[in-house]
Design a binder for this molecule. Sequence first.
Ligand code: C5P
Length: 227
Amino acid sequence: MQLCVALDLPTKEENLELIHKIKDYDLWLKVGLRSYIRDGEEFLKDIKKINPDFKIFLDLKLYDIPNTMADAAESIMGLNVDMFNVHASAGKRAMSEVMSRLEKYDNRPIVLAVTALTSFNEDEFSDVYGSKIATKADQFARDAYESGLDGVVCSAYESESIKNITDKNFMTLTPGIRPFGEDAGDQQRVADVAFAKNARVDFIVVGRPIYKAENPVEVIKKILEII
Ligand code: C5P
């Protein structure tokens, strides 16, 4: 299991300060909408300058018509990131088109599909998708697997079932991790590190419990110990 730190701080300077503090650890860094819209490709380059071994997950959750998604995926190829994601609800045709467009590259990033956002509770999810979270997350995972993706973004509670219905090597990445029972914030389906490890999760994403901590390095060290 790998630890992926979400770089969701309010300014580029604060993100860079955090990256400098944690630069000696074997980590993935997640650049999401806030940071990428504000700081763009330059920020991705800054990360690799601080430590070229940092792996970057570009969390832009693509959702559009198939051709536009495939075009966007091809643009991402120029950004030198190690992982990006799309929404499974964009459908199998869109996901397959993304994967076939990337076929010609031998060093393509890992591609994941978002199943159910971890901020949804059952009622909210049902309003949008007309289904229970677990049922739909399984179906989205099957769709992503059959479309040739490498894995899915899901909650730690769905990881085990998804591995069982796809393949044990089909990756799961789980946000909503509260390593030591911290405040859930807007997340609904939170789990701790040990739970994620038991559920055979491949990547845990941790944001606020690290970047809001007084000593982020201590939190990282404790998480890495459990991993
Ligand atoms: O601060 P926290 O640990 O809740 O951060 C979780 C991160 O994971 C945020 O950047 C959020 O956008 C992202 N994420 C999520 N749920 C998903 C996909 C991504 O919380 N399904």
